[in-house]
Design a protein around this ligand. Structure first.
Ligand code: SF4
Ligand code: SF4
Length: 172
């Protein structure tokens, strides 16, 4: 670089705004495409665990018993796979980076009370449907058995009538 070019660059840098930000002394700004961290709307999540299965780093844990969705931010590589595969669209990628911490802790999120009620009602309805389907299938099987037994009795009666028919015996 010639001295002229160097001087020009120096002067330009001296009198223009810095390209860097004074974060954390000032607020950070994020581009539209920034992949900061994963957020989950616990009003929409159904704990189906698709995100857990698709996460390449095992950062997500779904616990249906405790009704929690958890993520380990230090394991997340912001690939967005969980967001793109969530059937309920409850996951999103927030622009802001997670706050610095001294521990690699797991963040647990509990289902909202409203969502707990919704899922409990869905489970109750599914159990009722399964019970009704089982009853219907039992009834169908019982009807089939009854019909088969009736046919057997009818056939036996017909055979008995034919054997006792004198005309039928004369013809022999
Ligand atoms: S975040 Fe989406 S994919 Fe993950 S458990 Fe909840 S509903 Fe399923
Ligand atoms: S963004 Fe990628 S690495 Fe992070 S939790 Fe989702 S699937 Fe896992």
């Amino acid at each position: 670089m010639s001295l002229v070019n160097f001087t020009k660059t120096e002067l330009k840098n001296l009198f223009s705004k810095p390209v860097t930000e004074k974060y954390p002394d000032g607020p950070a700004t994020y581009k539209d495409v920034t992949r900061g961290h994963i957020e989950n709307n616990m009003d929409a999540c159904v704990l189906c665990a698709v995100c857990q299965m698709r996460c390449p780093t095992g950062a997500i844990t779904v616990d249906r018993k405790k009704q929690t969705w958890s993520i380990r931010p230090f394991s997340c590589i912001q690939c967005r796979r969980c967001v793109d595969n969530c059937p309920k669209k409850s996951l999103s990628m927030a622009k802001e980076y997670t706050k610095p911490d001294v521990e690699k802790s797991q963040l647990d999120h509990e289902l909202s009370d409203r969502q707990k009620e919704v899922l409990a009602e869905q489970a109750r309805q599914a159990a009722e449907r399964a019970k009704a389907a089982m009853l219907a299938s039992k009834q169908k099987a019982a009807q089939a058995m009854e019909s088969a037994a009736r046919k057997t009795v009818e056939t036996a009666q017909k055979d008995g009538d034919a054997n006792n028919d004198p005309e039928s015996k004369d013809g022999e």
